[in-house]
Ligand binder design. Structure first.
Ligand SMILES: C[S@@+](CC[C@H](N)C(=O)[O-])C[C@H]1O[C@@H](n2cnc3c(N)ncnc32)[C@H](O)[C@@H]1O
Length: 231
């Protein structure tokens, strides 16, 4: 029996970034990403895509930027460097994270904006790689269709790693208290899984007219990966 998709507000999106519960939940998110294996899942998808090293990367709903940092610190990608634009409603990329990117040869720019607005109004031009991690599930289908249409128009390679909407992932979300996650993280994890994806749901929302090759699959125990690669 499949679970119906259900999108509800998450507490982290409305808490003030300086609220201690929000700061704690951001740190929890780093652990949740590790438990889900999302950096390995993204790295695998990026290696498999075999695109030439990107010079301009945009991460949508990037949070503190540390997930992409862990991906880039893996020796397997061997990218040369360039510019990363982190788009998020909250500008929370720390100085130490920026310095770590700089040491890898990447300049960091942040856009404190709603992603849909940013995608509509940001300067035109193609983007080598657009990424999203634990972000697309925030949107209902009509917004997501608009977001993916903007991404298809701009991105040569689009990779998303999202919660998998499954009974196993729901059970996993109930265990976050056991690894010390706070009430915000536990609440948002349960909501996120119910808003997550299964089967080829993201492929179905990607514009049919685009010249991207699509892949969508269950990854790890709790994640769902979507890759669109311009042919
Ligand atoms: C679950 S967090 C994931 C953060 C990061 N990708 C990670 O994996 O650590 C979702 C992020 O999306 C941001 N966000 C939610 N809705 C947004 C929107 N409409 N536009 C821009 N950012 C948004 C939140 O501020 C938050 O940082």
């Amino acid at each position: 029996m499949s679970l119906a998709r259900c999108v509800q507000p998450e507490w982290l999106d409305v808490l003030d970034p300086d609220d201690p519960r929000a700061s704690r939940s951001r740190r929890d998110l780093q652990r949740v990403n590790k438990v889900m294996g999302n950096d390995a899942i993204l790295t695998h998808a990026l290696r498999k895509a075999r695109s030439p090293g990107p010079r301009l990367i945009v991460e949508l709903g990037a949070g503190d930027g540390t997930l992409l940092l862990r991906v880039m610190q893996r020796p397997t990608l061997r990218w040369q460097g360039g510019t990363i634009i982190f788009v998020d409603r909250q500008s929370i990329v720390s100085k130490s994270t920026r310095e770590a990117f700089s040491a890898l040869g990447w300049a960091v720019d942040t856009a404190e904006a709603d992603v849909l607005t940013w995608l509509q109004h940001a300067a035109s031009g193609s983007i080598d790689l657009m990424l999203a991690n634990l972000f697309l599930h925030h949107f209902h289908a009509p917004q997501l269709t608009a977001l993916l249409a903007s991404a298809a128009a701009r991105a040569d390679l689009f990779v998303a790693c999202e919660p998998r909407r499954s009974y196993g992932a729901i059970a996993g979300s109930f265990l976050l208290g056991a690894i010390g996650c706070n009430d915000v993280s536990r609440h948002d994890a349960a909501i996120s899984v119910r808003a997550g994806f299964a089967d080829r749901e993201l492929s179905a929302l990607w514009p049919a007219s685009s010249r991207h090759r699509l892949e969508e699959y269950a990854a790890g125990l709790f994640s769902h990966c979507f890759v669109a690669h311009r042919t």
